[in-house]
Design a protein around this ligand. Structure first.
Ligand SMILES: Cc1cc2nc3c(=O)[nH]c(=O)nc-3n(C[C@H](O)[C@H](O)[C@H](O)COP(=O)(O)OP(=O)(O)OC[C@H]3O[C@@H](n4cnc5c(N)ncnc54)[C@H](O)[C@@H]3O)c2cc1C
Length: 371
């Protein structure tokens, strides 16, 4: 008989990837313990913008496109259930967003990209200057046009991660506070994890979802993974004027009204090690990008400024799969972890239990490429 005190699986990391994997395994009837050293979603997963977009990003066009499309369907199917089960308002909504062109060259580039969006069946419309100004009166006077993406969705990433963790506990899963600093082994087989406190947790399978720290050599016995932190900052503004309503983006700069009325502006991509401080330099860069989009924001009040780290692999693609007998990694989600979480959890479940994922994991995601 199975010893109910011993977990079938230990998941390391309580970000969105660890929580989604833990829930999926617990739903499959496994006895699962999740170990988090800080707090659930206290890093990137709790501070992310929460955009669910399949029309751009690393691996798109490319291997991530089918996974991203399926991921949006999974959010639409599963998030309302999660919300009902946990009572946590995840805020899933269709959130049309605009790619803005500030120059004629940028507009031509958008037209060029639109051929690919049309071929994929994305729901979008090209906007001329007049149409643009009708729907977004607050945009810069020199904006020449844009694209309105109707197939974009958003969620509240912090509440989403909390809902995953809450649903996991309701399935009988255990959340433990602790820092994992080693893998226990019996010969080549991983048999559990060692905590900094000296305690060992035995488990049939260990899932390592420790975000950018997985590449740091913090977990003894975990092979070196080429995953690094890419710092991103976001500023929340109070801006009561009604002249901005959509998310409006120019390259990596964006301005977006969130459901609570605040305007979020972002973002940065910086290689700064594990530094998670919000800096004046990033604030100035983000403000400059936002004011080029919507000059009226000059009068806005800064309410909050956050910084966190995207776990990013050297080729920009997720890193999923077995690193040893009994140990699996789920990492490298970069700027798409909130979007990809449900699909990645299915990939991990397939590896552990054999139950087929609803979209095939691309071979390009396999951790084997780095081992
Ligand atoms: C500014 C910004 C905006 C973003 N916007 C979006 C977006 O719009 N859409 C989208 O899809 N994605 C977005 N992302 C990306 C997304 O946030 C990440 O891909 C995702 O959160 C990664 O989740 P994770 O669980 O892998 O890592 P993390 O959230 O970093 O979680 C890892 C967890 O593991 C824990 N941990 C680490 N080591 C140990 C250990 N040894 N023992 C125990 N616990 C450990 C950490 O404390 C942490 O809680 C954004 C990211 C940033 C920075």
């Amino acid at each position: 008989m199975r010893d109910l005190r011993l977990p079938d699986a230990v998941v390391v990391g309580g970000g969105v990837i660890g929580c989604a994997c833990a829930l999926k395994l617990a739903e499959g009837g496994l006895n699962v313990t999740l170990v988090e050293r800080d707090a659930i979603a206290s890093h990137a997963s709790g501070n992310a913008y929460g955009g669910l977009y399949a029309s751009f990003g690393p691996g798109i066009p490319g291997p991530t496109l089918p996974v991203a499309l399926r991921s949006i369907e999974l959010h639409r199917e599963l998030d309302p259930q999660l919300q009902d089960e946990t009572g946590i308002d995840i805020g899933l909504r269709q959130a049309p967003s605009i790619d803005l062109a500030l120059t004629q060259e940028a507009m031509i580039e958008l037209f060029d990209r639109s051929a690919w969006w049309a071929a994929q069946g994305f729901d979008f419309e090209m906007l001329d200057q007049r149409h643009l100004r009708e729907i977004e009166p607050g945009i810069a006077p020199d904006a020449v046009g844009g694209v309105l993406h109707n197939s974009h969705y958003e969620i509240d990433s912090y509440r989403f991660a909390l809902a995953l963790a809450t649903a996991f506990e309701r399935q009988g899963g255990q959340i433990r506070a602790g820092a994992v600093n080693g893998l226990s082994r019996d010969g080549d087989r991983v048999t559990g994890v060692a905590l900094q406190s000296g305690e060992e947790l035995a488990a049939g399978t260990v899932v390592i979802a420790s975000g950018p720290w997985a590449g740091e050599g913090e977990i003894d016995g975990l092979p070196d993974l080429p995953v690094r932190p890419v710092k991103g900052e976001i500023i929340r503004l109070r801006y009561p004027e009604a002249d901005i309503s959509h998310r409006i983006a120019v390259a990596r700069s964006y301005v977006a009204r969130k459901p609570d009325g605040l305007v979020w502006i972002g973002t940065t991509d910086e290689e700064a090690g594990f530094d998670e401080t919000a800096t004046v330099a990033a604030r100035d860069r983000i403000m400059a990008g936002a004011l080029a989009i919507a000059p009226g924001l000059e009068s806005a009040e800064i309410v909050e400024h956050t910084a966190c780290l995207r776990p990013t692999s050297v080729d920009g693609l997720p890193v999923v799969g077995a690193v040893a007998d009994g140990a699996i990694v789920a990492n490298g989600m970069g700027s798409k972890g909130i979007l990809l979480s449900h699909a990645v959890a299915e990939f991990v479940r397939e590896i552990v239990t054999g139950e087929e994922a609803s979209v095939a994991m691309p071979a390009e995601y396999d951790v084997g490429r780095f081992l």
